[in-house]
Design a protein around this ligand. Structure first.
Ligand SMILES: Cc1cc2nc3c(=O)[nH]c(=O)nc-3n(C[C@H](O)[C@H](O)[C@H](O)COP(=O)(O)O)c2cc1C
Length: 459
């Protein structure tokens, strides 16, 4: 049976392969434990992983073994967003320092960190990311986001500016930074000991950027990296975000619960790229996927129950709203009754509700419905690797995704599970590369050459 599935999939993929397109896969590293709140307490997990660079390096090396194109570090910046009494903070100690440590212990995987365009001086961002790009031999990516939330703004003694202001500033910040990255011309660095010429001074020029929000004289005294300069990523979904990414980004880190929504978002980003005279294939839209990979559905559900048991009362209360029926938190072992299923109506206010009802109708008990991840912040695979591969293939072939960023439940063994159980199926189906195409992130994601600002989008 499995062979039949494999063969029919392989035939399908030939078509995908002929178009020369394969999916990108990144992994969310975050706080070092995993995407589930209970990850830090799982057996086998070092409870001090939050501060352990050794743990982080081990996790990224696991992802590199699976040929993932990149790791992704979100950042508040600096916000906690969790109840520290019982939970780990959401983010990394410091994303740039983490990537610097990881850069020295890995060889091919791309290193992508979030850097807020609202809460940073562009010169500092330009310098740090270009230095990381040099240090990693051309593997740096900058996830340029505008940030949101009062918890973040409070760290900077500020209030969160309006979306319009944040995005206007973001356009200026990215353009300024790319100008700085290009301010040291490609052949300027001579370092000729014989003749005593260090650099061609006339090829290292100020940028004299003056915007409404940010300015810089420059230049930035850093030569080109092996990929020229870092790759721009962006995370968001609003029309403002689409416009920013359409102008500058090569990869969009997205969030979508349904294939229809993902397809719509992907189309919007591609249209935005076209408005700037870019080829829409230059922008890759990759929604999130959360994973609990185990040998079968039951084992995977039990693992998630262990990880999230503390959340059941609060999640059952929310599930009631999603389905529009009363549920009893004391009856976790019971499925919904026929009357409840007949009365249930998926909430139009939460795009996850239809899927939650579908799972409920399959007859799972309340505990298992929640354990399917129906209230998580991305689609969730709870089961064997083939289920993840099928989901990814379906979205990829429907034009809903150019790849995925994976949030394993527990990093310690969840990255390995994905690498061992999902990646080989995707490779077998021709959907994912067998090895890195080159040394740099630019080569490995197939982004076009760029140095400085892309003249097509410069203002
Ligand atoms: C998938 C995804 C990941 C995001 N990651 C981050 C992040 O790591 N740090 C951050 O400050 N904002 C992050 N954001 C938030 C965006 O920066 C932005 O503030 C948010 O999408 C709201 O912006 P809007 O005004 O475009 O709606 C993320 C958004 C999405 C959709």
């Amino acid at each position: 049976m499995k062979d039949i599935i494999m063969n029919s999939s392989r035939d399908k993929i030939k078509q995908t392969g002929e178009k020369g397109k394969q999916m990108l896969i990144g992994v969310h590293i975050g706080n070092g434990y995993g995407s589930q709140q209970g990850a830090w307490r799982m057996p086998g997990v070092d409870p001090q992983s939050y501060t352990s660079y050794d743990a982080r390096i081990k996790q990224v090396q696991a992802a590199e073994r699976g040929k993932f194109q990149f790791i992704f570090l979100p950042d508040g910046p600096g916000a906690v967003l969790t109840d520290l009494e019982t939970e780990a903070p959401s983010f990394n100690l410091d994303v740039m320092l983490t990537l610097a440590a990881v850069a020295r212990e890995t060889r091919r995987i791309g290193l992508v960190a979030t850097g807020s365009t609202t809460f940073n001086e562009p010169f500092n961002l330009a310098r740090q990311f270009k230095a990381l790009d040099i240090m990693s031999h051309g593997r740096a990516g900058w996830n340029a986001v505008t940030s949101s939330g009062d918890a973040v703004a409070a760290n900077y003694g500020r209030e969160i500016p309006s979306s319009q202001e944040r995005y206007e500033r973001a356009h200026e910040v990215i353009e300024l930074i790319q100008e700085l990255w290009g301010s040291w011309e490609k052949d300027a660095w001579v370092h000729d000991q014989e003749i005593g010429q260090f650099a061609k001074k006339d090829q290292i020029n100020p940028i004299n950027f003056e915007g409404k929000y940010v300015s810089s004289r420059g230049p930035l005294y850093i030569p080109p990296s092996e990929q020229g300069q870092p790759i721009i990523f962006h995370a968001g979904g609003s029309p403002n975000s689409q416009e920013l990414a359409g102008r500058f980004a090569n990869v969009v880190i997205g969030a979508a619960f349904t294939i229809e929504d993902a397809r719509k978002q992907r189309k919007a980003f591609r249209e935005a790229a076209k408005r700037y005279g870019r080829n829409p294939d230059e922008i890759r839209y990759i929604p999130g996927l959360m994973t609990t990979i185990a040998k079968d559905r039951r084992t995977a559900l039990d693992r998630r129950i262990k990880l999230t048991a503390d959340l059941f009362p609060q999640r059952i209360a929310y599930l009631q709203q999603m389905l529009g029926v009363r549920l009893d938190v004391n009856n976790l072992n019971d499925p919904l009754t026929k009357e409840q299923l007949d009365a249930a109506r998926p909430s139009p206010f939460d795009p996850r509700s239809r899927h939650a009802l579908k799972i409920a109708k399959e007859g799972w008990n309340l505990r298992d419905i929640i354990a399917h991840g129906v209230i998580d912040y991305h689609p969730v695979i709870v089961g064997p690797g083939i289920e993840a591969a099928d989901h990814m293939q379906a979205w990829f072939e429907a034009g809903a995704a150019d790849g995925f960023w994976i949030s394993p439940d527990v990093n310690e063994d969840g990255i390995d599970a994905f690498v061992d159980e999902v990646v080989p199926i995707l490779q077998e189906r021709g959907l994912f590369h067998n090895d890195y195409e080159g040394k740099t992130l630019r080569e490995n994601i197939g982004a076009p050459d760029q140095y400085g600002v892309d003249p097509r989008v410069s203002q």
